[in-house]
Design a protein around this ligand. Sequence first.
Ligand SMILES: CC(C)=CCC/C(C)=C/CC/C(C)=C/CC/C(C)=C/COP(=O)(O)OP(=O)(O)O
Ligand SMILES: O=P(O)(O)OC[C@@H](O)CO
Ligand SMILES: [Mg+2]
Length: 260
Amino acid sequence: MPAEKSDQIFKAFKQLHQSGKKALALLIDPEKIGTESQFKRLIKQAYQDEVDFFFIGGSLLTEKNVDKTVMRIKEVCADIPVVLFPGNVIQISPLADGILFLSLISGRNPELLIGQHVTAAPLLANTKLEVLPTGYMLVNDGQISSASYISQTIPIPNNKPSLAKATALAGKFLGLQTFFLDAGSGASTPVSKEIIKNVKQATQFPLIVGGGINSVEKARNAWDAGADIVVLGNGVEKNPDLLTEVLDFMKVYNLSLNVN
Ligand SMILES: CC(C)=CCC/C(C)=C/CC/C(C)=C/CC/C(C)=C/COP(=O)(O)OP(=O)(O)O
Ligand SMILES: O=P(O)(O)OC[C@@H](O)CO
Ligand SMILES: [Mg+2]
């Protein structure tokens, strides 16, 4: 019998989308977490600053330590959702709360549109992980990111909102219910406001935006354009104070929207 699944994470995503309240996800790369004490400090900081979600994953993870990373987060804060953001099927951990079941709809690589999913589905059915069907779109101006290289796909050009909109609409018509626009980790230019606006307006579903967001201003641009959840990865790896700065700003931003 398949394990019973909760729908708490998708409910939280929908609540954000419906209320207009903004949220932040901290992306943890299990292979870039530094020493035990540095990692504990970061997770405690995220907890105190009230981060909304932890995302865990990477384009290419070479050590099998996703389980251990989830456990170490849960030891410090059990009540913040830990969501897998997997580059492939071996990054599944039954200890997390949910999984972004990404289909790379900006690409034409069948393995990442449906292949990994067929391998993962029976495993996921036997876990309590909440499965979040997510249209994953890489958007970039030609810079090769780990995700575009590993997936061997061409991102949607950042100045072609009509292509992004058509792709997202196709994802919506296929039944996807969350969308993730990613410029790729460490991108020099984040996803454009125009693309975020178009995809949000076309899908009317929760929207996650990440890649190259390494300042309060870039986070604000993404939220202003329609992102519900902004993802921070490399920026916080380089400067943990960025997390506090962005979360402090987000609280004021949400107060100004009067949606708390
Ligand atoms: C459905 C399942 C289980 C797997 C399929 C997953 C898909 C479609 C993946 C799409 C392509 C891909 C390789 C995505 C990776 C996204 C990710 C976790 C990026 C995190 O950043 P990195 O690209 O690892 O950044 P660094 O190079 O900075 O480490
Ligand atoms: O590491 P950064 O540039 O913040 O990107 C995060 C994530 O969206 C990458 O897939
Ligand atoms: Mg990585």
